[in-house]
Design a protein around this ligand. Sequence first.
Ligand code: GDP
Ligand code: GDP
Length: 442
Amino acid sequence: MDHQAPAIVALIGRPNVGKSTLFNRITRSRKAIVDPTPGVTRDRHYERVLWKDRPFILVDTGGIDDNPNDEMVTTIRGQALAAIDEADVILFLMDGKQGLLPADFEVIELLRRVSKKVLYVINKIDGPEQEQELLAPFYELGVEPLWVVSAEHKYGFPTLMDGLVDALPEETAPLDLPENTIRLAFLGRPNVGKSSMINLLLGEDRMVVSPVSGTTRDSVDTLLSHKERNYLLIDTAGIRRKGKTTEKLEKFSILKALAALGRCDIAVVLLDAEEGITEQDAKIIGYTQDHGRALILLLNKWDLVADDRKRQQQMLEEIGRAVPFVGFAPLLSVSAKTGYGFKRLFPTAGSVHRQFTATFPTAALNRLLGDAVEHHSPPIYKNKRLKFYYTTQIGTAPPTFVIMSNSSKGVHFSYERYLTNRFREGLGLDRVPIRLIFKDKS
Ligand code: GDP
Ligand code: GDP
């Protein structure tokens, strides 16, 4: 488990300089985090990457921000500004074959004035023989060093990656959290009320044990104790900067979520009761499940719809439709403004955490499996009846069970769902994600 958020690396540059090619080249070297949740569409513009054991999140800012109606200079300027604000390291890609264009100069001027780590990368140098001729104009820029690469043919690639990893912020020492601390990451679109909610939770008689500063770059963690339990609240709202458009912030709020997910137990995703659930919300919720996190949904700003029964009903239906894969997640309607409902968060987190970390004896699991199979016979697969031999728990957070069978391939989605439901019921795991892994007995 990560103890700090992975760094964010932004890839910027004009159209056609090779950003997506480099993005694909880098992400192909990544180690998959966990199995993707079915039904969750992956956004190809950011991926978690592991290079020499250092994790980071790579963003193809071009992919996020491209707007065909904008002029190129406007687009790339926007990318650069967002990257300057939100990323830890910037890869500024230029086109070695085409040379420098005015848009490049403009961005370099911007980048030079900030203290962010920037790697100036010349792409499309397809081999050492091309270096001398193609690189000459770039030396005039006076930025050093220049990283020379061919995203397509891999020339210079490992060197660039090592340089990138060196540029990542220093890892901080692991946080010394008291035992049994429940780590809650507050996620959601800008202005949904994350900071307000955290302030509310920190307020009044609750004792703030210590603000944990310097542990991450983009989020502020607070450790607090409440009724003899400790909670680490991870605020992903980030430092507010004036004059930034909500739209741009929104695109990066997903990254903040991704970065925080690695180090929380429970993702607390806030939704806006007035606006209802958006595609962006669904994406963030999908990511929480890709990471196997427990989940609590807060329907915030409930004060704005408190008198509107019809709207409430409609919204609950919308949520069910938009994220059917998290039917287990407790949904609390709250108002960070009036304080309505927020007191339920801690007890809910406690019960979710109990389930999330519960362990079960193998004998009980096998009885449960036996009963389930007896109740509803497994299907025939390739002329043979599917057989299950035994099951055991191999992990917690999320509770994970391995089930040995004569043919794991024969376990279709519907039977898997049946077993999952039986495990949930039989083990009292109704509020958390669980995983069943089917394996062949050799
Ligand atoms: P983006 O618009 O910045 O994302 O650029 P793309 O990744 O789509 O690449 C634009 C074009 O440049 C494509 O036709 C790529 O095949 C080509 N390209 C990308 N990298 C290289 C490279 O290293 N060498 C050469 N010769 N062509 C490349
Ligand atoms: P964040 O960007 O997610 O941290 O959102 P903030 O906590 O900064 O809240 C954004 C805006 O929404 C602020 O103006 C808050 O006062 C307002 N807000 C937050 N929670 C509520 C709520 O429950 N009801 C209402 N009416 N407004 C809220």
